[in-house]
Design a protein around this ligand. Structure first.
Ligand code: FAD
Length: 368
């Protein structure tokens, strides 16, 4: 199917679209050219129709959440961008198949404990890098409660609303921008926690427009990874297993954690540029940390390096900032610089924690 045929079908179904739609304002980096076709999803039935039609077209498609983990090419995206605006939070009274969920969650927690050992920062220079230990506490003795959150809901809003209702567990993810869909897609990490530790199941809309339920163990959740990154299915909702916890303590933690993030991380970025190296790689090189903030600042001496409108952040060297006029190519120039120096000096190959849209594969392949 070509674009003309798709547009005719969208018209027949009364699905609104825009052409040559500017995407930069929809990202935290504020960089990138337009989408050839742009569609917003506002409700489930039209989302099902849209996804079915677009899948049938065989044209390139990209699901956009909060745009907080994304670098879009200066030329834009020669395809269809589907912006997710399906929002809502419901507190579930019935805990469903609680036996299965309990087993899933324990296994997942064990898996994540293992990941934590390997991938989390060894805390150094806590005035510059975030120290989580002082805020961390255990609430696993609290009663569980299940909540369903639609994927277009902002994570920050979700945390806020749930805590107001006495539902805790997500306070560790305070200060992370983006939507619930993006959070699931990337299995976000906050402090020493992963979202997967609180995830029971998700709903997706498949290529036929049908809603399917996937259990947490079907998602291969890992550090910055979910199977959804391969399947490219649209995440519709997440069922979270949270706590009837101490709401004042959770609120206080969320505020303090978000404040400390804001203090040390630049929000005119797309998040941390590269995935932590393993603890073993760090030890082999005599590094004091396995995080790129430390490596870029102390080992590569690139903190604050500027190229046109882009800069390796002076707040936290793991982040590349848009100082106002940066192009995607300026950001990639800095990525190349870090990559080349890390490779040359330590034989490390930095892997991107950011997703790319609209670039030729050859340009970004080395970071994937
Ligand atoms: C200042 C700052 C701090 C950050 N701190 C952290 C942190 O502490 N921990 C952390 O893990 N991340 C962090 N991030 C990265 C980012 O905020 C998260 O990864 C966030 O979850 C991305 O969500 P989003 O909705 O913005 O996704 P987007 O950037 O819109 O998309 C990211 C990817 O998710 C896919 N996606 C989004 N929604 C859906 C959906 N409904 N269905 C299918 N695919 C979907 C997109 O196609 C894309 O591939 C930070 C970013 C910034 C700017």
């Amino acid at each position: 199917m070509n674009y003309q045929e798709l547009k005719e079908k969208l018209n027949l179904e009364n699905i609104k679209y825009a052409e040559n739609y500017e995407l930069a304002p929809m990202t935290t980096l504020k960089i990138g050219g337009p989408a050839r076709l742009y569609i917003e999803l506002n409700d489930i039935p039209s989302a099902q129709k849209t996804i079915k039609l677009v899948s049938e077209s065989g044209l390139p498609v990209f699901f956009l959440g909060g745009g907080s983990n994304l670098l879009i090419a200066d030329e834009g995206f020669d395809g269809i961008v589907i912006k997710n605006k399906i929002e809502g939070i419901s507190i579930l009274n019935d805990s469903g198949n609680s036996n299965d969920l309990k087993v899933d969650n324990v296994e997942q927690q064990e898996k994540e404990e293992q990941k934590k050992l390997e991938a989390r920062l060894m805390q150094v220079e806590t005035d510059k890098y975030l120290s989580f230990d002082a805020l961390n506490y255990d609430e696993s003795d609290k009663e569980h409660i299940y909540v369903k959150v639609y994927s277009g809901t902002l994570l920050s809003y979700t945390i806020d609303q749930l805590i107001k209702n006495g539902i805790t567990g997500l306070q560790w993810f305070a200060g992370i921008p983006g939507t619930i869909g993006g959070a699931v897609f990337n299995n976000i990490h906050g402090g020493t926690y992963y979202l997967s530790q609180y995830l029971a199941e998700i709903e997706i809309i498949d290529n036929n427009g049908d809603i399917k339920v996937l259990k947490v163990n079907d998602l291969d959740l890992d550090y910055d990874y979910s199977k959804l990154q391969e399947s490219k299915s649209f995440i519709l909702s997440a069922k979270l297993k949270l706590y009837k916890g101490d709401k004042e303590k959770a609120k206080d933690t969320a505020i303090k954690w978000a404040q400390s993030k804001v203090r040390v991380q630049p929000y005119n970025s797309a998040g941390s540029s590269f995935k932590n190296i393993t603890k073993e790689e760090a030890l082999k090189n005599n590094f004091l940390s396995n995080g790129w903030g430390y490596i870029i600042e102390k080992e590569l001496d690139l903190k604050g390096f500027k190229y046109n409108g882009a800069q390796i952040s002076t707040k936290h060297a793991a982040f590349v900032e848009n100082l106002g006029s940066a192009k995607a190519e300026d950001v990639l120039y800095l990525f190349d610089l870090i990559y080349d120096k890390a490779k040359e000096k330590y034989n490390l190959t930095p892997k991107s924690e950011i997703f790319f849209l609209g670039f030729p594969l050859e340009r970004i392949k080395k970071f994937l």
